[in-house]
Design a protein around this ligand. Sequence first.
Ligand code: 3HC
Length: 286
Amino acid sequence: MRELDEVERVGVVGAGTMGNGIAQVAAAAGYDVVMRDIETEFVEKGLDAIDDSLSRFVRKEEMTEAEKADALDRIAGTTDLADLGDCDLVVEAAVEKMDIKRDIFADLDEVTDEDVVLATNTSTLSITTIAAATERPDLVVGLHFMNPVPVMKGVEVVTGEHTSDGATELAHGFSEALGKETWESDDKPGFVTNRILMPWINEGVRAFDEGVAAKEDIDRGMTLGTNVPMGPLELADHIGLDICLDASETLHEELGDRYKPAYLLRRKVDAGDLGKKTGRGFYEYE
Ligand code: 3HC
């Protein structure tokens, strides 16, 4: 297995919110990064988001302009998965669809060296099922970053049925090299975080829909009352209502009715109100 101290070049599949965040923190930690998405436009948007995010650290004097420029220089964008062929570690952060992830992992299995660990940022899908698309299920591990990646301190390491101790240790070590702290979960639906977070969000949506309180009061109640940074409705908007619905549907399918997505969550997604990214979710955004 390619060990952590041999990792110099990191491949990231997906240049969306999570992918560009992972590429950013890896580059800022000194790794060379190849970030791949299916369209040049997505890659460019990802690079712009990284530029914006790094600028925030420069404004706060937590990073110099030169460090920002170095980090950006270390990131190469591509639309060709074969460009990840010389990476020493790959983190996949594509859409949360099992068929797509399995296709990507089958392709990564072909293009990368056979001793390279392949990690997935999946939030709820089975690591074991993704790993089974490869000839190296022992080297497939979950590396679940939190949004926004450059700010959130935690990473969830998830072990599939065949994940080796070596790959698990590498996942912890790599996260720590990025300045993160980790915890570990078995490959059970939603792992630790989303198994507990998604019912909390859905209950917030139901409480609003059933008229328990105004949305602002639900969010204030939970932030002031339990000392979390965001209440369930603002957090849902932050994550993306479509992502919350997808995760809730997977949990519902796997764990039964106690995970049924809230009616209003589905209706908002059907209406195209996906939260901050579309300018409207439970709240409105500039
Ligand atoms: N890049 C760089 N810096 C960023 C940033 C980004 N993308 N987003 C926010 N920041 C920085 C800001 O510059 C600011 O820095 P400062 O405090 O030093 O000035 C700080 O983060 C706080 O940002 P804001 O002042 O804009 O706003 P808030 O104080 O409301 O913080 C937040 C925003 C960090 C998102 C905070 O509200 C928070 O922690 N919310 C909870 C987020 C959370 O729970 N995420 C996990 C979701 S679950 C998940 O991701 C799993 C998935 O599978 C669903």
